[in-house]
Design a binder for this molecule. Structure first.
Ligand code: AHR
Length: 355
């Protein structure tokens, strides 16, 4: 009987994973901690729950809220899990403390969404010593010993940057603009995070190859407030900016606010003095509205719905299978501007979707 009950549960889990993967609407997540007791928990029917300690890096953006919510929805008691959620408040030291607490609590799995790539070896080694599998989600860790974690799932951030650069090249060519007349500032995410490193590299390489004038790269920490401040400071330094590359939507919203407050016109008519803004994510409703109005000319999607994906990886490990080490999510690119219908990156064609 137990065998059939387990099979039935696995079927339910698989159906729930499939349903979660297709979901595309988000609500903001309230930032409370959901703390359960570690290990050995029983559900109402007396079967034991799998305890997962999730160290989230913070709550800096709408993307992050959607990501936290996706995890909380995937790891419910009904699904057979006890989720212990810890918000790292943007500090690696908090995340390291959270992981050590999870180890003490003898959780079954640790899921880490790391703030930055470096500095994880010691604590991951402690988790390995305790024989707790670690799954990395979203950004990466750059540990030289790849056996310090079981697997990773997330976005190809450099590909996102390359797609955006390809769109910018195609679009400015339709406007007949010379490469040296394209004056770009990059408002970057948290320095040292995979999302920043990949998106910055995607633009910097394209600027070098195409001869664009990449005037400045300054971090806006992925927040709307810092996006606004950073844009304000850049406007004081440069009077010829015509492209603002924002490494997420929240910073783009702040930057647009700063541009408009300074009397600038934001829009796609870069050849007529408008300032063109591009960004990443495609989660924030206001940013999507801006994209439909062409205030944000193009958004490269970064998909936050990793909860069902992480759960599927844990279920593989539970079944004694070894998941792929690196699991990439497929992502789209959105623009309401009809002039560019597709871009090609590394031989792959990406259709431009309506935001
Ligand atoms: O790591 C993913 C990035 O982190 C998202 O693009 C950004 O909005 C978030 O804060």
């Amino acid at each position: 009987m137990k065998k059939y009950r387990n099979m039935f549960l696995m079927l339910l889990l698989a159906l729930a994973v499939l349903a979660g993967c297709g979901s595309s609407s988000f609500k903001n997540n309230k930032e409370s901690e959901t703390v359960g007791e570690a290990d050995g928990l029983m559900d109402d029917e007396g079967s034991s729950l799998i305890t997962v300690g999730f160290s989230q890096l913070g709550a800096e953006s709408d993307w992050r809220s959607a990501n936290t919510e996706s995890m909380q929805q995937a790891f419910t008691e009904e699904n057979g899990y006890n989720l212990i959620y810890k918000n790292g408040q943007q500090k690696q030291s908090n995340q390291i403390t959270a992981i050590r607490t999870f180890i003490q609590q003898e959780v079954d799995y640790i899921v880490l969404a790391p703030a930055t790539e470096s500095g994880w070896e010691t604590v991951l080694d402690e988790a390995r010593e305790a024989q707790i599998p670690v799954i990395i989600v979203d950004r990466r860790v750059n540990a030289s010993d790849k056996n310090l974690f079981s697997c990773w799932v997330g976005s190809d951030f450099e590909l996102e940057g390359k797609k955006m650069a390809a769109w910018l090249k195609a679009y400015t060519e339709t406007k007949g603009m010379a490469a040296e007349d394209i004056h770009i500032v990059n408002i970057q995410g948290n320095l040292g995070s995979s999302a920043q490193i990949g998106r910055t590299r995607g633009l910097a390489n394209a600027a070098r190859d195409n001869g664009w004038d990449l005037m400045a790269e300054v971090s806006g920490d992925f927040t709307e407030t810092k996006g606004r401040e950073t844009m304000g400071a850049l406007l004081k330094r440069f009077d010829n900016i015509n492209v603002v590359y924002c490494e997420n939507d929240n910073m783009a919203i702040g930057a647009i606010d700063a541009l408009e407050s300074a009397g600038k016109k934001v829009g796609p008519n870069i050849d007529k003095g408008e300032i063109l803004v591009v960004s990443f994510d495609g989660v924030n409703e206001k940013a999507l509205e801006y994209a439909r109005d062409k205030k944000i000319a193009c958004i490269a999607e970064c998909n936050p719905l990793h909860g069902p994906r992480v759960r599927a990886l844990i279920e593989m490990i539970q079944r004694g299978q070894t998941p792929e080490k690196y699991n990439y999510v497929e992502e789209m690119i959105y623009s309401a501007i009809p002039d560019v219908s597709m871009v090609t990156v590394d031989g792959v064609v990406y259709k431009i979707e309506q935001p």
